[in-house]
Design a protein around this ligand. Sequence first.
Ligand SMILES: NC(=O)c1ccc[n+]([C@@H]2O[C@H](COP(=O)([O-])OP(=O)(O)OC[C@H]3O[C@@H](n4cnc5c(N)ncnc54)[C@H](O)[C@@H]3O)[C@@H](O)[C@H]2O)c1
Length: 249
Amino acid sequence: MANDGPKISLVTGAGSGLGRVIALALAARGDRVAICDVGEKGLDGTADLIRDAGGDVVTTVCDVSDPAGGGQAAALAVDAFGGLDYAVNNAGVEGARAPAGEYDPAEWRRVLSVNLDGVFYCMRAEIPVMLRRGGGSIVNVGSTASLGGVAGMAAYTASKHGIVGLTKSAALDHAAGNVRVNAICPGSFRTPMSDRLFGADMAKVVADTPMGRLGSIEEIASVVLFLLSDASSFMTGAALLVDGGKKAR
Ligand SMILES: NC(=O)c1ccc[n+]([C@@H]2O[C@H](COP(=O)([O-])OP(=O)(O)OC[C@H]3O[C@@H](n4cnc5c(N)ncnc54)[C@H](O)[C@@H]3O)[C@@H](O)[C@H]2O)c1
């Protein structure tokens, strides 16, 4: 990339789960990190962990489903650090579980607003900043539900399929500007979200995974760090499965 020196990264939904571990990993490698979340307590907890480890972090409480909120982390990165090289659009909600024919329209809208509109609003703020800087790399967090149906989770599944289409189109739009846009599609990782979703059924989730275990959250962070580096400099528009073989079936 054009800019030498410490990279500037942002992570949305960094107050918990995968977002927290990704933010910690980016800070640990020396990036200056802007993080956001709708939940202030979790966000502050992540910032404390980064600072305790000697990292450089700034925070903003925001709702990515709001057009202005989605742009907050990119604006913060510019204000605090002078630009933006890398972004991880990770904030997401699982939504209620119900058959598609009975899915509550308000809940449908909420899930699509956070998971899909949110990624769009964030990219709409991130990409112009990266273009001005001469390039950048974005990772949007999909799911194995980006590639197949999940009974009882129509809104989540539709939003995660949408993320892959949005990622591919944005990759085409901005390849010439040297802004790379990829998605990751995680399988099952132990986080507050997967606890809420599967709780006592975690043994079944493990049994459904060919590698016979959940992923460790560090196994997501390492893939994100690869995509947010020159090691992946010829990759854009990809949707990378990180799922212990689940979707190889
Ligand atoms: N955990 C898994 O196994 C798994 C698998 C596939 C995909 N994912 C995806 O990974 C991402 C992170 O999931 P997780 O498991 O860490 O979940 P999590 O619930 O532990 O964390 C999600 C974070 O996003 C934040 N958030 C929610 N709505 C927001 C909004 N409107 N604006 C800003 N922040 C908001 C939450 O406050 C929370 O801190 C999600 O997009 C999820 O769909 C997770």
